[in-house]
Design a protein around this ligand. Structure first.
Ligand SMILES: NC(=O)C1=CN([C@@H]2O[C@H](COP(=O)(O)OP(=O)(O)OC[C@H]3O[C@@H](n4cnc5c(N)ncnc54)[C@H](OP(=O)(O)O)[C@@H]3O)[C@@H](O)[C@H]2O)C=CC1
Ligand SMILES: O=C(O)[C@H](O)CS(=O)(=O)O
Length: 497
């Protein structure tokens, strides 16, 4: 198929104010809508249907009806559709990125990166689709042959967050379709437009009606149907640990498979032997990406005494060089927070730290609207709230430590286990510390490590399962064991006349 047209379609061409169900665009039953606003300006970006249980039932029915034929396609046919989808995402990258920045706020450069990552996940699973192998097993019995055949689990319910409204969906649609599943996806109400744009792209990629369904609206009502419906085989969720636990409880009654990408509390450790410039650059990238609103952002920066003062000085200077503003302005490196609640949360973390002896080195207050100054707080201590809670904002606490043993103890002292980072030029320390840290993702001398080729997921209360990599498709497959018996040659006497 020739490469899709790259005619200059703008972000408005991907705006939809309808649900995408069974290949058609329909309003919510009562016509209710949710306003989507630009966090940089407060202005309206668009409206989406405020749907609930009734529409979700229709979406599940459409996905269930589409499943047999889609699962029966060859892996090559499904791969072809996913490759076309990835090509369309790339072809319309600028428009999709602008839509993403308008609804979520991140700088355009980051939005372009997210859209590119979305295409990369889809392309990765287009390739993985053709490598879903089974097994034959040496039989322990004469006259039998044993086989293991992977099969798609069926209809998937997906719920995604506002902070990466495109790539979090790609991490679910990709493996689901590659495995032969169909999907009903509910994006976050604060940034649902990128998901509906996926409906436009899926149509153009020739993905059959009912395979991908996008429902926006009442999270509890939609999630209630997805976690309980007998035709939904699996739930995949990215969001807070609190909501993840709610969904796990709800899904338990029908024993649905669950994949959970939840909250984090990432330690960022700088040892005396670290390359200071590398550590500063890594800390800025890891902490302030998406204005600190990622589950893998550094939440606690631990710096060994010997390098501590030099690090705080250099890090604060680099933070002060961040340029806050509307994500649509080229060169802006720090966008607004998603809503007032997020700004109030950042203010509360700073006030708590100040009250407990923290020293604000730079920033520390909201600027205008939903913008919060990029902030560095020195003299941080375990008594402060951000030592144990996910900040999800541009506030960087710096803690001092003395020994490697102390760093490992405090770094692992959390119920979370998603991402962690440390900087050292000592090879032995690199192996010792990366083994001792209880996290699903470990960055050694790197502050941003997410890629579609590597497994993404947490330990402890940061989640269940892995997304991306060769592991990411496993959660969408059932391994069926078949034992073929009675294979000995029948003697004449045995023959049934
Ligand atoms: N591990 C990871 O990969 C990631 C983790 N996160 C975590 O998510 C949090 C921030 O994202 P945020 O979107 O606020 O997280 P939330 O958990 O509040 O929301 C995530 C999604 O869940 C939906 N939701 C909320 N409550 C329910 C419910 N009772 N039943 C069904 N669905 C529900 C939301 O819908 P609605 O918007 O309509 O409320 C949204 O679509 C942070 O804790 C962050 O660490 C975020 C991204 C990635
Ligand atoms: O939602 C998130 O925070 C993402 O998982 C972060 S990443 O995958 O883009 O690194």
């Amino acid at each position: 198929m020739e490469k899709p047209s790259t005619s200059a379609r703008g972000w408005r061409d991907f705006l939809r104010d309808r649900l995408y169900i069974g290949g058609t665009w329909v309003p919510a039953e009562g016509g209710a809508v949710i306003e989507v606003t630009d966090p940089a300006t407060g202005g309206s970006v668009g409206q989406v249907p405020d749907a609930g249980a009734v529409e979700t039932e229709l979406a599940v029915a459409a996905a269930r009806a589409a499943f047999p034929a889609f699962a029966a396609l060859t892996a090559a046919e499904r791969a072809g559709m996913l490759h076309r989808l990835a090509d369309l995402i790339d072809a319309h990258g600028p428009a999709l990125a602008e839509l993403l920045t308008r609804e979520q706020g991140k700088p355009l450069a980051e939005a372009r990166g997210e859209v590119g990552m979305s295409a990369a996940y889809i392309r990765w699973f287009a390739e993985e689709a053709r490598r879903v192998y089974g097994d034959t097993i040496p039989s322990p019995w004469q006259g039998r042959r044993l086989m293991v055949t992977p099969e798609p689990v069926g209809v998937v319910g997906a719920i995604t967050p506002w902070n990466f409204p495109s790539s979090m969906l790609a991490r679910k649609i990709g493996p689901a379709l590659a495995a032969g599943c169909t999907i009903v996806a509910k994006p976050a109400s604060q940034a649902p437009l990128s998901a509906l744009a996926w409906g436009v792209l899926c149509e153009e990629a020739g993905i059959p009606s009912g395979v991908v369904n996008i429902v926006t609206g009442d999270a509890r009502a939609i999630g209630g149907v997805l976690t309980s419906h007998p035709d939904v085989a699996k739930i995949t969720f990215t969001g807070s640990t609190e909501v993840g636990k709610t969904l796990l409880r709800q899904a338990a009654d029908s024993v649905k498979r669950c994949s959970m990408e939840l909250g984090g509390n990432a330690p960022f450790i700088v040892f005396d032997d670290a390359d200071l410039d590398q550590a500063v650059a890594g800390a800025v990238a890891s902490k302030f990406r998406n204005a600190g609103q990622t589950c893998v952002c550094s939440n606690r920066i631990y710096v060994q005494s010997g390098i501590h003062d030099r690090f705080v000085e250099a890090f604060s200077r680099a933070v002060e060089a961040l340029r806050a503003g509307s994500g649509l302005e080229e060169g802006v490196t720090l966008g607004p927070l998603i809503d007032e609640k997020a700004v109030v949360g950042a203010e509360a973390f700073v006030a708590d730290a100040r009250a407990k002896g923290g020293r604000v080195v730079t920033g520390g207050a909201r600027s205008k609207g939903l913008f919060f100054q990029p902030t560095v707080i020195a003299d941080a201590s375990a008594a402060m709230d951000f030592a144990h809670e996910e900040i999800f904002g541009p506030v960087a606490p710096v803690f001092r430590f003395e020994t490697e043993e102390e760093a490992l103890r405090v770094a692992n002292d959390t119920r979370y286990g998603l991402a962690c980072y440390f900087y050292t030029t000592d090879l032995g320390r690199a192996f010792r510390v990366s083994s001792a840290l209880r996290y699903g993702l470990v960055g050694v001398n790197e502050g941003v490590i997410t890629t579609e080729v590597a497994p993404f997921g947490g330990m402890k209360q940061s989640g269940l399962g892995r997304e991306g990599s060769k592991y990411g498709i496993e959660d969408y497959l059932d391994q069926k064991y078949v034992c073929f018996g009675g294979l000995e040659e029948r003697k004449a006497a045995d023959a049934i006349i």
